[in-house]
Design a binder for this molecule. Structure first.
Ligand code: SF4
Length: 958
């Protein structure tokens, strides 16, 4: 007769040594198996440490044992691998809630399936709302579970349950002891019930304290399936003596504050424990490293972070379809990383490849070419993919490469890095070999796989396999989760991140399963509702009182984008400590925990204006760099053999005014921009195309010198002519843009065709159909400008340029400049030198006309014509007052603020101090290229070298 007994235990007595010993004795006596089940890996490790040789295990492992006992051939599938198979089936046509099922949702479908199985539901009992997915789930079960004998964790347990019912006599287990569980999933309960039916003795030890309502619920269910309650007295011995709550201003301060507290604690590290509320332990390792706090947890790294895994992924994804140089670049980079090429060598090789597809090193080229020629079947047997992949790894001779590198490297960090790459490759190869053998042993040689799925499988390996980086420090601080915190044996426990919302956390079922789906009664044992999880978290919280004498809860205080950050509601009765962990409190302290910490603190005091003696070299250097960034000065002594000729283009002056540093890089040092993949048609190409079309149509018309009214009869065909010219010239643009997709090119083309049509309509409106300008005419197109400007220091500067168009009516002129982008002008921009073309061209042309014709001329206006806003005549030009407003013959809107009655005259230059500004710019252009932008483009390629500060960019904007 099998025993089914239920006992109570103190949370700290889970995996009690005597209990483990008794079970171990039983294990020795019995011929059949005896298992000891515990709820987490940490508990299992503890049990193995206390009683080596005892079969301490999990429900999943017992299920696998049962399947193996009955020699059922199967391949275990992880949850990740299950998702891969779903991906394959969702590609076939399935609709769910009216939506076509897409592969991006494969994970959600796989999770939904896993959740249903954990609820112990059969596909016949699937909730109504999920019925549309039944077909997909059936297909998965038929083809993967039954067809290929591949069992995910839930199906392994379900299969074991079936075997327990069908052939109990063949299952060689005599007893199972389950310890430390607060609750069981419906699937685990079905498993326990099946153990009972198979007449296997089961003893369950549950934590037995008051306010553990979740355990009461579990006990009730166990009793309902036949367990006998052997609990005697509640275990009420509490340990807690003192509790406190500390707020931190940010997450970073929470960790810094915590680590400083640990460093200053009266307790040794092994007496201190950390419970990280959200289970994310990456931060613990990071800050523990920073504060040199030893941690009793091994340091591990995912294989996906290694270069070798990335290279193998690229090798596996290779197709022989033609690729652009940009598409080949990731492989180039990865090959270089494998060979430990870095710094300048790395940059040189990349540049050589982008420019001419050349390789500097033959060995690197061989590996690159080998990978580039790899071809993979779209679909093949899983085992064939594995075997081919192993052969590829072999042919790459990466082990030899790493061995050679290990022999040559001297730097310790580099040696470590190479050793990690070596170990990662070894792990991958071992795993592949193991899987290959598994498939062979289980007779699954014909199991099919697709190329995509195989890539995803290898990608998944990178996430699941880990590299061991550093041992746990036995004397270090221990890290726990809520499930295993009762293992804590020390004095002081910190519970980190106890924010409202983080604990108790909202519970979500996996995939598309909703709470209402599990309340219909089909789930036999306690369904995992929100209430269930609330009770479980409440019990987790209550256990702390039995676990440590001193507990410090910490949380982040403040306001995020949506709501105030508050402590957990469970801490309502706890008074917040007066000390708060903030940056100001921390940085202002008089002691430091490391040399970096000391430097930070010294830098802070220095910044506050304190006098710091014996400033460390690093801080001194840092200060120098900051000063340099703040000043932004970049003087250059140009090694010029001849004196500089006083000739400069107006656009160069503008460019220097926009950003002297950028001007220095582009025009003086001629540092070319880094090459990058072309995503849009070059604005320069567009600008040239538009200018050439405008120039050609007016030239073909012989427009120069003819009044607008005379031309009016001859312009009917212009729209068609513009279309023709555009088509012709666009071909060239396409040739210059080989990396842009056809679709993008087509869209850009249509956009500019439309803009040109609107441009011509505006030209008609403002000139040819404008009754006020009937007698006006185009005086010149693309007119070269060259004039002398006497500067304020009695020198003369020759300025050059080209005016797109000049119109003339009697002795009045107007200067126009066509722009393909948006264009505007403000008088401040003129004074600062950002917009000099319009006023200086107006000045130069008026002077020239007066000299040639010996008559008085005046500039009525000077304006940009933007191809994006061709109708605009307001903020894009400078006009005499009489030509602004309702009566303007040039249609200039009354919104135009740039009213200048001296436009084109000497007085204009005086009013706006242009000579002084031009002198300043011209002198700067010879030697001084500071990071002092007046306009800082977000797309500027020199940003990485100029390191412009945010303040300077803000100043430029304002
Ligand atoms: S990023 Fe700004 S400041 Fe730096 S070079 Fe470019 S334009 Fe000048």
């Amino acid at each position: 007769m099998s025993e089914l007994n239920l006992y109570g235990t103190h949370v700290k007595d889970v995996a009690n040594k005597d209990r483990l010993q008794k079970v171990f004795e039983l294990q020795k006596q019995e011929k059949s198996k005896v298992f000891y089940v515990l709820p987490s890996q940490m508990w299992l490790q503890e049990a193995r440490r206390k009683r080596p040789g005892l079969s301490s295990t999990t429900f999943d492992d017992i299920a696998s044992f049962i399947l193996n006992e009955l020699t059922i051939p199967y391949v275990p599938l992880s949850e990740e691998e299950r998702t891969l198979f779903f991906l394959q089936y969702v590609r076939e046509e399935v609709t769910f809630r009216g939506e076509e099922v897409v592969s991006g949702k494969a994970r959600a479908y796989a999770d939904t399936y896993g959740q249903l199985k954990r609820l112990g539901l059969d596909l016949a009992d699937i909730p109504t709302s999920l019925l549309p997915l039944r077909e997909l789930f059936q297909r998965y079960e038929e083809r993967v579970v039954s067809g290929r004998s591949m069992l995910d964790p839930e199906n392994t347990i379900l299969h074991a349950i079936k075997l327990l019912k069908q052939a109990p006599e063949q299952i060689n287990i005599s007893a199972i002891v389950i310890d430390g569980y607060y609750d069981f999933s419906p699937l685990q309960m079905l498993f326990i019930e099946a153990l009972k039916e198979a007449r296997i003795s089961v003893k369950i030890f549950v934590p037995d304290h008051s306010n553990f309502a979740i355990v009461d619920q579990t006990v009730k269910e166990l009793l309902s399936i036949g367990f006998e309650d052997q609990r005697v007295n509640r275990k009420e011995m509490k340990l807690v003596k003192q509790q406190e709550l500390i707020a931190a201003s940010t997450n970073e301060e929470q960790w810094c504050g915590l680590m400083e507290e640990i460093r200053l604690s009266e307790w040794t590290y092994d007496q201190i424990g950390l419970l990280v509320v959200d289970d994310r332990t990456d931060d613990v390792m990071k800050y523990a490293d920073r504060y040199m706090v030893p941690v009793n947890k091994a340091k591990k790294r995912k294989l996906s972070t290694t270069s070798v895994h990335a290279l193998l992924q690229l090798a596996l994804s290779n197709t022989t379809a033609p690729k652009s140089k940009w598409e080949q670049l990731p492989l180039v980079e990865q090959v270089l990383r494998i060979y430990q090429v870095s710094g300048l060598e790395f940059a040189k090789q990349k540049q050589a490849f982008i420019q001419s597809a050349q390789w500097i090193n033959e060995q690197h080229q061989e590996l690159f070419t080998f990978i580039q020629h790899l071809q993979w079947e779209k679909s093949a047997a899983f085992i064939d993919y594995i075997s081919k992949f192993r052969q590829v790894i072999n042919k790459m001779e990466l082990f030899t490469v790493f061995n050679e590198q290990l022999e040559q490297a001297e730097d310790v960090a580099k040696l470590q890095e190479i050793a990690n790459e070596y170990k990662a490759l070894q792990k991958i190869d071992e795993h592949l070999s193991k899987y290959e053998k598994l498939l062979l042993d289980k007779g699954l040689e014909t199991l099919m796989m697709t190329h995509d799925l195989f890539i995803d499988w290898i990608c998944g390996l990178g996430e699941s396999l880990q590299l061991f980086e550093a041992r746990a420090s036995k004397q270090g601080v221990s890290i726990y989760t809520w499930r295993d915190v009762s293992l804590f044996q020390g004095e002081q426990l910190f519970v980190v991140g106890m924010n409202e919302g983080a604990f108790p956390a909202a519970h979500h079922l996996s995939g598309y399963v909703q709470e209402r789906d599990i309340l219909s009664g089909t789930v036999r044992f306690s369904p995992p509702t929100s209430e269930h999880f609330r009770l479980k978290q409440q019990a987790y919280f209550e256990q702390l009182q039995y676990v440590a004498k001193s507990i410090t809860f910490t949380y982040v205080k403040g306001i995020d984008a949506n709501h105030p950050l508050l402590p957990s509601a469970l801490l309502e009765d706890l008074k917040e400590s007066d000390q708060m962990w903030t940056w100001e409190n921390r940085i202002g302290r008089e002691y430091a925990f490391s040399s970096e910490d000391q430097q930070d603190k010294l830098a802070y005091h220095l910044g506050k204006g304190c006098i710091v003696e014996n400033l460390p070299k690093e801080v001194h250097e840092l200060r120098g760099r900051l000063d340099r960034l703040e000043k932004g000065a970049e003087p250059i002594s140009l090694n010029q053999t001849h004196p500089v000729k006083p000739v400069v283009s107006v656009t160069a002056l503008e460019s220097y005014a926009r950003c002297p540093f950028r001007y220095g890089m582009e025009r003086v040092l001629q540092v070319t921009e880094p090459q990058a993949i072309q995503e849009n048609v070059s604005p320069l190409d567009i600008g040239d195309l538009m200018h050439s079309i405008i120039e050609e149509i007016y030239q073909e018309l012989n427009a120069v010198g003819q009044s607008f009214v005379a031309l009016k009869e001859k312009i009917g065909h212009i729209p068609e002519r513009i279309e023709e010219l555009f088509e012709e010239k666009w071909e060239q643009v396409e040739k210059q843009s080989p990396e842009i997709s056809r679709l993008d090119l087509q869209m850009t083309k249509q956009q500019w065709q439309k803009r040109l049509r609107r441009f011509w309509q505006a030209e008609r409106k403002h000139f040819f159909d404008n009754a006020n300008l009937e007698q006006m005419h185009i005086m010149a197109i693309e007119k070269p400008i060259r004039f002398e400007l006497p500067l304020s220091d009695e020198k003369t500067l020759v300025l050059t340029g080209k005016a797109d168009r000049i119109d003339r009516l009697n002795n009045s002129i107007v200067v126009y400049d066509y722009k393909s982008g948006h264009a505007s002008v403000k008088m401040e921009d003129v004074q600062s030198g950002l917009k000099l073309q319009l006023p200086l061209y107006a000045f130069a042309i008026r002077e020239e006309l007066e000299r040639l014709e010996e008559a008085v001329f005046q500039a009525d206006g000077a304006s940009y014509i933007s191809l994006k806003e061709p109708n605009k005549r307001a903020g894009n030009g400078i006009w005499r007052t009489e030509h602004v407003g309702k009566s303007s013959r040039y249609n200039v809107s009354s919104f135009c603020r740039n009213r200048e009655d001296h436009l084109g005259n000497e007085q204009f230059l005086i009013d706006h101090q242009l000579k002084e500004r031009i002198t300043e710019i011209w002198e700067g252009m010879q030697t001084n290229f500071p990071v002092e932008p007046l306009e800082c483009s977000p797309f500027c390629s020199y940003r990485t070298v100029c390191r412009v500060t945010d303040e300077k960019r803000e100043q430029a904007k304002s």
